[in-house]
Write a protein that binds this ligand. Sequence first.
Ligand SMILES: [Zn+2]
Length: 263
Amino acid sequence: MNIKNILFSTQDKFKVVGVENGFDQLRIYVQSKQKNSVCPNCCMPSRKVHSYYTRTFHDLPAFGKASLLFLRSRRFYCLTDECALGVFSERFSTYFSPYKRRTSRLEKKLLNMALNAGGKPAERLCKQLSISISDTILLRLIHNAAIPEQETLTAIGVDDWAYKNRDRYGSILVDLHTRKIIDLLPDREESTLRKWLKEMPGINIITRDRYGKYQKAATKGAPQTQQVTDSKTITVRDGSSEDKATLEVNNPSTRLKETKFRY
Ligand SMILES: [Zn+2]
């Protein structure tokens, strides 16, 4: 089997021109087979090559080794007279995004690990998988990721998190139904959380600790919500046919179907 068909799908316009099998690293050399590329400014295609250069990407590990892809890319002249971009770098519809150092399929896996395990645990998992990455970068992936379906949020938890050197803190927001991190705020200020809450009118439950600024932010930014404090363990139960969530705090006696989680 052609190694190109292992790395890419048969429709992808790339070819593998070499593989070096290092002690702990696979180095894979790839070329583009696109006939042209579309200018990101005027959206017109061009075939007129300006120059060649090599981009380096971390990719999914294979056989216990880290994978590095070396992609030979081109710069093209833009042929549109009025276009402000005289020269632009080649664009790809899959795998390789502009300005990135990791393939999109690797970033997707890293984001899922960070969302499910958190920064430090995900960093340790990555090390086991021969992926070298810090928890700071994993958290940045979460921060830069598109936030899914925020308009459906009804119950959130807020807590603080420390930057690496612990000289400042941000706020972490968790969807209590999905148990997923939904946003990271850059500080613990009342105004920041209050502004965020004002854009989420569907929220009716907030769990938080006794930090005064969170309490003020929740009261002013989302006065419709029920605020829950004291315990890190809460229970959310689907309580009615109108699909309203009923909150119970540490009520082990309930016999109805329920979901327990920590944030
Ligand atoms: Zn152009």
